[in-house]
Design a protein around this ligand. Structure first.
Ligand SMILES: Nc1nc2c(ncn2[C@@H]2O[C@H](COP(=O)(O)OP(=O)(O)O)[C@@H](O)[C@H]2O)c(=O)[nH]1
Ligand SMILES: Nc1ncnc2c1ncn2[C@@H]1O[C@H](COP(=O)(O)OP(=O)(O)O)[C@@H](O)[C@H]1O
Length: 217
C-alpha cells in the first residue's frame, strides 16, 4: 500500500471518510474533492435503496437487490456494511484494496457504523471527518432543495439526523458546512495535512538518508 508521494517521498495510501446527517453536504464535498485532488478515488458502495433521479449505476452506487447484497456479505466481498434508513449499504472490498495498492487514497461517504468498522480494521490508515450543517433549519431546507426525496422520506432523514449527530465525537475532524467553498477548503486542508503525516510516509527514512549522504560529501 504505497502511494507515490507528490514530493518524491513514498507513503502509504489513506482512507478518507466523510460522514454527516443526510443533507449536510457529503456528496457535494466529495465531488469537489474528486475533481480537484489527484490521487483520490471514490469508493462506490453497494446499496439496496432505489436509484434517485440523476444517479448513475456504478458512479453513485451499485444498486443491488437484497438477495445479491446478502450473497456479497456471505462471500466476504464487503469491507464493512450496515443498515441505514431500512436499506443495506456496504463497501466492496476489492476496489478499495486495488486502489490502495496502486498508490491511491480512497474517499468514503459512509455512516458512523461503517466508519467504526473501517477504523477497527485499519485504524492508522483511516481519517474520519464529520460534516455538520449550520442549523436544523438549513438541513431541512437542503433536503428539500435537493428535491430527490418525498416529504415522508425527508421527515425520516430529519429524525435520523439526531442519531447520526450523536456520533460526532468519534471523528478526528469536524467541519461545519455554512458556505460550501469554505467547507471545501477545510476538508481539502485536512486531506493535505494527513498526506504529510510522518507515520504514513514510508519513504522518509530513505529520503533523509540520501539527504545526509549528500550533506556529508
Ligand atoms: N456503512 C455504510 N454507510 C453507507 C455506505 N454508503 C452510503 N452510506 C451511508 O448511508 C446513508 C444514506 O445514504 P444515501 O441514501 O445516499 O443518502 P444521503 O445521506 O443523502 O447521501 C449516508 O449516511 C451514507 O453515508 C456504505 O457503503 N456503508
Ligand atoms: N454549504 C451549502 N449551502 C447551501 N446548500 C448546500 C451546501 N452544501 C450542500 N448544499 C446543498 O444541500 C443539498 C444536500 O447536499 P448533499 O451534498 O446531497 O448532502 P449529503 O450527501 O450529505 O446528503 C444539495 O442540494 C446541495 O447542493
Amino acid at each position: 500500500m504505497t502511494a507515490g508521494g507528490f514530493d518524491g517521498v513514498e507513503r502509504r495510501g489513506l482512507m478518507f471518510v466523510l460522514s454527516s446527517p443526510s443533507g449536510a453536504g457529503k456528496t457535494t464535498l466529495s465531488r469537489m474533492l474528486l475533481e480537484r485532488e489527484p490521487g483520490l478515488k471514490m469508493s462506490v458502495s453497494a446499496t439496496t435503496r432505489s436509484m434517485r433521479p440523476g444517479e448513475v449505476e456504478g458512479r453513485d452506487y451499485f444498486f443491488v437487490d437484497k438477495q445479491k447484497f446478502e450473497t456479497m456479505v456471505e462471500q466476504g466481498e464487503l469491507l464493512e456494511w450496515a443498515t441505514v434508513f431500512d436499506n443495506l449499504y456496504g463497501t466492496p472490498r476489492a476496489p478499495v484494496e486495488a486502489a490502495l495498492s496502486a498508490g491511491q487514497d480512497v474517499l468514503f461517504d459512509i455512516d458512523w457504523q461503517g466508519t467504526q468498522q473501517l477504523h477497527q480494521k485499519a485504524s492508522v490508515d483511516v481519517v474520519r471527518v464529520f460534516i455538520l450543517p449550520p442549523s436544523a433549519a438549513d438541513l431541512e431546507k437542503r433536503l428539500h432543495t435537493r428535491a430527490q426525496d418525498s416529504d415522508e422520506v425527508i421527515r425520516g432523514r430529519m429524525s435520523r439526523a439526531t442519531h447520526e449527530l450523536s456520533h460526532w465525537a468519534e471523528y478526528d475532524y469536524i467541519v461545519v458546512n455554512h458556505n460550501v467553498d469554505d467547507a471545501f477548503a477545510e476538508v481539502q486542508s485536512i486531506l493535505k495535512a494527513e498526506r504529510l503525516k510522518r507515520e504514513r510516509r514510508t519513504g522518509l527514512t530513505e529520503f533523509v538518508r540520501k539527504l545526509q549522504r549528500q550533506l556529508e560529501k
